[in-house]
Design a protein around this ligand. Structure first.
Ligand code: SAM
Length: 212
């Protein structure tokens, strides 16, 4: 999702207290950023932030970090935070390729990937957020019994993501090929912007939860 380049979005982000500006300096000490030892859960590719903001609102005893590559998109999340500030949520504008420079070993309790960009060309497979290259990065920062939750409406991306698990040393805890008709996995489901859009078009939503 790349909105038109909103002029000045980088400047607005640079001035925002809801954004962590030099995230590498907090590697291994994120509990100090939040002022609490609560578990830290992150969404990579948060878009405009609806999902992670709702989680943060519903779970005040968990700390959240939303990560987004593009300023123009992140800006929407910041505007929502200004309207309704949350103490347990910060944003980072970064490419998730650098994630191991930002979180220490085992520092993250859970990772959410929602409607990640499919990068359909084979030569771009490494850029897909559920690729084995990214799974290796997640392995470094996620606590031992931590899980990754991934949702998408893209069948090919989901198949690819499933095929990446064994080579990367991960395994399925749960999965569905039609989340919205799976009562158990739907319990506590928080909709993302893309999920709302694609499920209202009748597309099935795929989801897995994985661990090592
Ligand atoms: N998660 C949101 C949802 O479900 O509504 C947004 C989905 S949108 C298709 C994917 C988002 O991931 C975009 O905002 C994109 O900029 C972001 N993204 C893609 N690759 C990324 C990366 N390597 N690092 C950080 N963000 C990324």
């Amino acid at each position: 999702m790349r909105l038109r380049n909103i002029s000045g979005s980088r400047e607005l982000i640079a001035a925002s207290d809801y954004v962590i500006h030099e995230p590498q300096t907090h590697k291994g000490s994120w509990s100090e950023v939040f002022g609490s030892d609560a578990p830290i859960r992150i969404e990579i590719g948060m878009g405009k932030g609806r999902f992670i903001m709702e989680l943060a609102k519903n779970n005040p005893r968990i700390n959240y970090v939303g990560i987004e590559k593009y300023s123009s998109v992140l800006l929407r999340g910041i505007q929502k935070m200004e309207a309704e500030p949350l103490q347990n949520l910060y944003f980072i504008r970064m490419d998730a390729e650098e994630i191991t420079a930002v979180f220490g070993p085992g520092e993250v309790d859970r990772i959410y990937l929602n409607f990640s960009d499919p990068w359909p060309k084979d030569r771009h497979a490494k850029r897909r957020l559920p690729s084995r290259e990214f799974l290796q990065r997640y392995d470094e920062i996620l606590k031992k019994d931590g899980v990754i939750e991934f949702k998408t409406d893209n069948r090919e991306l989901f198949r690819f993501a499933l095929d990446e698990l064994a080579p990367a040393g991960w395994h399925l805890e749960q999965m569905t090929e039609d989340l919205h008709h799976d009562a158990e996995m739907m319990r506590d489901n928080v909709m993302t912007e893309y999920e709302e859009r694609f499920s209202s078009m009748g597309n099935p939503i795929y989801k897995y939860i994985i661990s090592r």
